[in-house]
Design a protein around this ligand. Structure first.
Ligand code: FE2
Length: 407
């Protein structure tokens, strides 16, 4: 691959490097486009334990805990935590994040903080912000006005949470209102949609319908969609073509939903993740998101999208070779489509953003959560990590352990 002025100029074997251009020997390792996180909450990240830990581990205690933390938030601390997370992201080859930002706090502290962070990280990370009415667009008194204010300030995408409104009817009304705002402003939509085990939570149907009505095809995403796990199969056979027709994207958040869903079940416990292989088979673009890292909802995580892909693969039982490769796509190209990233990919003309992974192929990358040997943005190295080999002290065995398959 030849890089000129931050773009990929040519791809092929034995390309001649112009004089003075440094040459990197990839030694046969996998060169991939950067990881993309289609769904995250940067305003809450790294706040785990503030003001207390989530004892039950449920979504609803997480929302209540976030409500306790909100009045205590300080802008500088949000900025500091978000920047720290972005450092982790770059080190892990994650160079684009779509983050929801809660707009229900009338001070819009988190909005201002993340707009500042978006500007700070722009040289090395694409941060897209979603105006997210965490407490409900119609349920929270100033959410609608705050959402419009956040969009006026420059937030990129319209969010929503229809299943958290007081009634199904209010949920559907919120979807209509939010899609109309997006259509009027020429913005994309990404809603937390049906993040519930209730099989009758069907706001995705309204979202697909509004997408069609307002001509928003290809610009709308339904995030989580966990009720689909519990829906009647016949209804899903009607729903998937509606989503396909409206070109609605889907985002599953495997780490979080395997943790949060099914909490009211005894045994058997539902997994709760949306129907990823079925959505993909129906021709619907599916991305995976990390959703949370060390916040009121999830105490773990490290900005590693290969961990997300690995959990998605397991929960969805996507173990064929093609399905495992599809899980890698879900944290790269599919999510890039959801964000509408310009110049993403490894073809000539694309931005010279890529990751060199210590793996031979994408399946091995997921298996090993491969080391990011090099992370490159616009042709410049942003991070590097030494190969993850172990040294053994066993008699009669080779001293170095290489976890990749035979090369
Ligand atoms: Fe979320």
């Amino acid at each position: 691959m030849l890089v000129v002025a931050g773009r990929i100029a040519a791809v092929g074997p034995a390309l001649a490097a112009p004089q003075g251009v440094p040459v990197v020997d990839a030694k046969g390792w996998l060169l991939a486009p950067p990881f993309v996180d289609a769904h995250f909450h940067l305003d809450a990240t790294l706040s785990a334990g503030l003001p207390r830990v989530n004892e039950s581990g449920t979504l609803l205690e997480g929302i209540a805990l976030w409500g306790e933390l909100k009045p205590l938030l300080v802008q500088d601390a949000i900025v500091e935590r978000a920047l720290r997370y972005c450092d982790w992201a770059v080190a892990k080859g994650l160079l684009a994040i779509r983050s929801h930002v809660d707009i229900c706090d009338d001070r819009l502290l988190a909005v201002e903080a993340l707009l500042h962070v978006r500007e700070r990280v722009a040289p090395y990370l694409d941060l897209q912000l979603v105006a997210f009415p965490q407490d409900g667009l119609l349920r929270s008194p100033h959410a609608l006005a705050n959402l419009e204010r956040a969009l006026d300030l420059g937030v990129d995408v319209v969010g929503g949470i229809p299943h958290f409104e007081r009634t199904m009817a209010d949920g559907a009304a919120s979807v209509r209102i939010l899609c109309e705002i997006a259509a009027k402003r020429g913005l994309r939509v990404d809603m937390h949609c049906d993040e519930s085990d209730d099989p009758l939570s069907r706001h995705i149907e309204t979202l697909a319908c509004e997408t069609q009505r307002l001509g928003l095809q290809g610009r709308v995403t339904g995030s989580h969609l966990t009720s689909m796990h519990s829906m009647d199969n016949y209804y899903v056979s009607k729903l998937l073509p509606l989503m396909r027709e409206a070109q609605v994207h889907a985002v599953a958040n495997p780490l979080i939903n395997i943790t949060l869903q099914g909490r009211h079940d005894s045994y058997p416990k539902r997994r709760g993740m949306t129907r990823v292989p079925e959505l993909m088979a129906a021709g619907i673009n599916v991305g995976f998101g990390h959703d949370c890292v060390m916040d009121p909802w999830y105490p773990l995580g490290s900005a590693d999208m290969l961990e997300v892909a690995q959990m998605g693969l397991h929960v969805a039982q996507m173990t064929s070779q093609a399905q495992m490769r599809a899980c890698f796509d879900a944290v790269t190209v599919n999510s890039a489509r959801i964000l509408g990233l310009e110049g993403y990919g490894l073809e000539p003309g694309c931005r010279a953003d890529f990751v060199l992974l210590q793996a031979r192929d994408t399946v091995e990358a997921i298996r090993l959560r491969a080391t990011r040997l090099l992370v490159v943005r616009g042709g410049d190295v942003m991070a590097h990590t030494p190969p993850a080999n172990a040294t053994l002290a066993l008699p009669g065995r080779p001293p170095e352990v290489d976890f990749t398959a035979q090369r």
